[in-house]
Design a protein. Sequence first.
Lengths: 265, 271
Amino acid sequence: MNEETIRKFGDELYAAWLERKTVAPLTERDPRITLETAYRIALRTIDRRVQAGETIVGKKIGVTSKPVQDFLGVFQPDFGQLTSGMVHEDGATIDLGTLIQAKAEAELAFVLKEDLAGPGITAMDVIRATDYVAPCFEIVDSRITDWKIRIQDTVADNASCGVYVLGRTKGDPRKLDITLAGMVLEKNGELFSTGVGAAVQGSPANAVAWLANTLGELGIPFKAGEVILSGSQSALVPVTGGDELVCHVGGLGCCSIKFSGRSAA
Amino acid sequence: MSMETTQKRTLTREDIVRLSERIEGAQTRAYAIPKLTDEFPDMTHGDGYAVQTELRKRFIAQGHRHVGWKAGLTSKAKMQQMGVNVPSIGFLTDRMARPENAAITTGDLVHPRVECEVAFVTKADLAGPNCTKEDVLDATDYVLPAVEIIDSRFSGFEFDLPSVIADNGSSARYVGGGRARDPRELDLRTLGVVMEKNGEMVAMGASAAVLGHPAEAVAMLVNILAELGETLPAGSFVMSGGITEAVAVKPGDNVIARFQELGSVSMRFVE
């Protein structure tokens, strides 16, 4: 696929994000799109956001659980980039009108204190290079009509990233069992779902190691200070204006988020 | 929990004895029977508990030691699946216990399935009604991880709550193990759990899946006991209900349940 087509799809997804509109699945319009091409399309959309004044603050890992991998017919995760415009405070109210068709996921976030340059990175390197972990919510959103995504569509769309909230509690991964830490998610004060770190690639640290190695192969930097959303430990939560979500990570702490308004789509 | 559900009775004394003999036969000789409500469609929860109590007396008369209780149907998902809005309880005896890392025979079970639970050992008597989560935590000596092997004796997985209660809440075997812990040192609500079968993760969750907090399930159990005119004596072993969904097992399967803060419990299944 030539540079011009990559740029065209990248610009189209950037415009969709900016105008809060959806586009038809890319894979329906061009079945030749490979996973690598999809990542290059995503890089183009991120370049546009950076040109418009945002900075890259981290990465998100998606498609980390077996049910989601089975659904998309893939056997590995995917990733997207986090930009400064996606960051919200713990307890923030998110106006759904700023998004298109948002859903929430509860995750464990990592913040690096050292660069992680793959390939050759293992889970042990991840723990060594981690400054702290924190509970977090990722609000996923799709610029593809009705979430009708194949793996290439979501990868091109920056792994369906919307915005995110990091909990205030910081945990040392040396003092916390990140594999077996329970994840309890409440919606409007009622239990919504429970999960555990192991749901993410056996351990969230494995997902981060995969990311470091994948970024290394693609020549994308992975720097100290970056935030990594390691993958969903909950069911995908539908949200509407007025909803409040709280997630509790066993041995660590909690994170909360509220919603107002109405999704654009 | 209404008094009505356990107090209302329709079965005669003769029916209760006959049904407890039928359940005992199915449990001890491992065969499936039709659900009891096929013959007694008006059977209530109270009737189910009357049959269960008769069954317990029969086992105790045969020399089994009554060591404690189990709570069942403690997750929203399971209650919805059964179309009920109350948990159920069953009794536990020494004969159902298997040691950690045991080879558990399946030839003497009908449809064995395993689930991960937080278990409690008490150091003070507990009595309902109005027993609370805090009362349970105050009376707890220690908590430990456990795997319950449940076995419904009803054919074709056709059952309803009165039948399941009469069948002692599908109790069959249990394995306690891991690390005994003081519950005051833990957040019992957010403990993560992973169940692996033959090295593959087959079920996952966190302890809040059990009525929001496992001690809440024990409090409900004590309150159901009060309706039945019973209390929970100090030294009881109580399983608080499945955190994970029940997973079917067969000979050759190895199962390990890994719990945050509580260690692990393992077992294997043989013919």
